[in-house]
Design a protein around this ligand. Structure first.
Ligand code: CAA
Length: 259
């Protein structure tokens, strides 16, 4: 598939990198862009050689939100009947390999929501996050009212959603929205290093870890811990568990075969 609104390449034959590419619109997430993003992510997820996926944007903008021009004239009937912001947007939730958001510049509205749908966010020091939909007479529609409070707590989520203000990278890190801040010129280097580290581990364990952490957002503690325990037990059936523990005991590097 050829892409018009994203760029796609691989690094070290094992990391899938997707760069949002509508620079004139600050990477506003148009329906066509989201179709391409969903297709690229699904393709990387299905590729056995790929161990981790990175989504990034430009220095100025990760993404400034859903495309306001594209939706300005939509009616209730249009968005309800077509289930706007569902198809393709929700694809990311079905991706089983780790997805890192490498965010520089604006991550606003649907851009912030897209970053929050990734497994973790590495932010450049110029990153700015916000849910400014209230200024447009709407509310966040791609999970912002649900994921933001789970990340930063109710008070800060309400502050951001109700005032529409932006927060800088420092505030986002303090609040727990981003896992770390790096200098802008090191954003891809640091994100690739994190992705390479993830790729060096058993892909089965990595996918299981992602599934188990995500379960914590969907279940109560007892059910979540039981889910984790059973997956933990199941990993003892893998060759990679034997390899990882034998390598530790014999003081040698592990060579995981993802089996
Ligand atoms: N949709 C469409 N176009 C957008 C856009 C968006 N979300 N954000 C920016 N653009 C366009 C601008 O219209 C402008 O285009 P022109 O050059 O043709 O005029 C271009 O990108 C550059 O933008 P600015 O001139 O505004 O750049 P700036 O540096 O002065 O400001 C900004 C940057 C603060 C991000 C500002 O562009 C802005 O506020 N953008 C809108 C942010 C927003 O409201 N996002 C939420 C969208 S709704 C949503 O996402 C719903 C949901 O939950 C899914």
């Amino acid at each position: 598939m050829t892409y018009e609104f994203i760029q796609v390449h691989t690094e070290a034959d094992k990391i899938g990198v997707i760069t949002l590419n509508r620079p004139k619109q600050l990477n506003a997430l148009s329906p066509d862009l989201m179709v391409e993003l969903g297709a690229a992510m699904t393709a990387f997820d299905a590729d056995a050689a790929i161990g981790c996926i990175i989504i990034t944007g430009s220095e100025k903008a990760f993404a400034a939100g859903a495309d306001i021009g594209a939706m300005a004239t939509f009616t209730f009937a249009d968005v309800y009947k077509n289930d706007y912001i569902t198809k393709h947007w929700e694809t990311i939730r079905s991706i089983r390999k780790p997805v890192i958001a490498a965010v520089s510049g604006f991550a606003l509205g649907g851009g912030c929501e897209l970053a929050m749908m990734c497994d973790f966010i590495i932010a450049a020091d110029n990153a700015r996050f916000g849910q400014p939909e209230i200024k447009l007479g709407i509310i966040p529609g791609a999970g912002g009212t649900q994921r933001l409070p789970r990340s930063v707590g109710k008070s800060k989520a309400m502050d951001l959603v109700l005032t529409g203000r932006m927060m800088n990278a420092d505030e986002a890190e303090r609040a727990g929205l981003v896992s770390r801040i790096v200098p802008l010129d090191k954003l891809m280097e640091e994100t690739l290093a994190a992705a390479l580290m993830i790729c060096s581990y058993s892909q089965i364990a990595v996918m299981a870890a992602k599934e188990s952490v995500n379960r914590s957002f969907e279940s109560g503690l007892s059910d979540g811990v039981m889910f984790e325990r059973r997956i933990f037990h199941a990993l003892f059936a893998t060759q990679d568990q034997k390899e990882g523990m034998d390598a530790f005991v014999n003081k040698r590097p592990a060579d995981f075969k993802h089996q």
